[in-house]
Design a binder for this molecule. Structure first.
Ligand code: FE2
Length: 203
């Protein structure tokens, strides 16, 4: 069955002024849609056609032939964007719950140190990619990945991501990726979604 572009979990103007309706319209309606359409064409009439998105990403990870590489890139980007939309919320940012704040303190020293590390990961990613908060070996960690590489391929559990491809911020912030990352952390992050993901794995 063909994959479909999921609806955004909020209206296209719900993240303004930190992410404009124009950015979301293009990012979701053009870029994300392109990855979905390209993936469907690539896997049509192949053994991958009936596999889940995660299975397709894992099966094509590390591929060297051109078609499998295209499948990996597009499948990973469909997954990443699904996850990115679910990493933000209208009226997002602010303070996480006490429990999540304590978890950040345990790993990073304090919430501000986590934010600094996540911001740095986004800035350190040369060219296109993502900043991530992940669960690895039952501990929180921050990392960046290039292009569309998702951390679950390495056995890490993604808890939060920020798309730092230029298409994610250029209309609103021009070349100022640092300002986009600050706005993401202060005004867009869905802490409740992060906490829900943490609780699913940390008991
Ligand atoms: Fe993107």
């Amino acid at each position: 069955m063909a994959f479909e572009l999921p609806d955004l979990p909020y209206s296209v103007d719900a993240l303004e002024p930190y992410m404009s309706a124009e950015t979301l319209k293009y990012h979701h309606g053009k870029h994300h849609r392109h990855y979905v359409d390209a993936l469907n064409k690539l896997i049509a009439d192949s053994p991958l056609e009936d596999r889940s998105l995660e299975e397709i990403v894992r099966a094509s990870a590390g591929a060297v032939d051109e078609k499998s590489l295209k499948i990996f890139n597009n499948a990973a980007q469909v997954w990443n964007h699904n996850f990115f939309w679910e990493s933000m919320a209208p009226m997002g940012g602010g303070e996480p719950s006490v429990g999540l704040t304590n978890l950040f303190a345990k790993t990073f020293g304090h919430l501000g140190a986590f934010k600094k590390a996540f911001h740095q990961a986004g800035m350190d990613q040369f060219g296109s990619g993502y900043a991530w908060l992940v669960l690895t070996d039952n501990a929180l960690a921050v990392r960046c990945t290039a292009n569309g590489y998702p951390p679950f391929v390495d056995g890490q559990v993604p808890l939060l991501c920020c798309d730092v491809w230029e298409h994610a911020y250029y209309l609103d912030y021009l070349n100022r990726r640092q300002d986009f990352l600050t706005a993401f952390l202060d005004h867009l992050v869905d802490w409740a979604a992060v906490e829900e993901r943490v609780l699913a794995f940390v008991i």
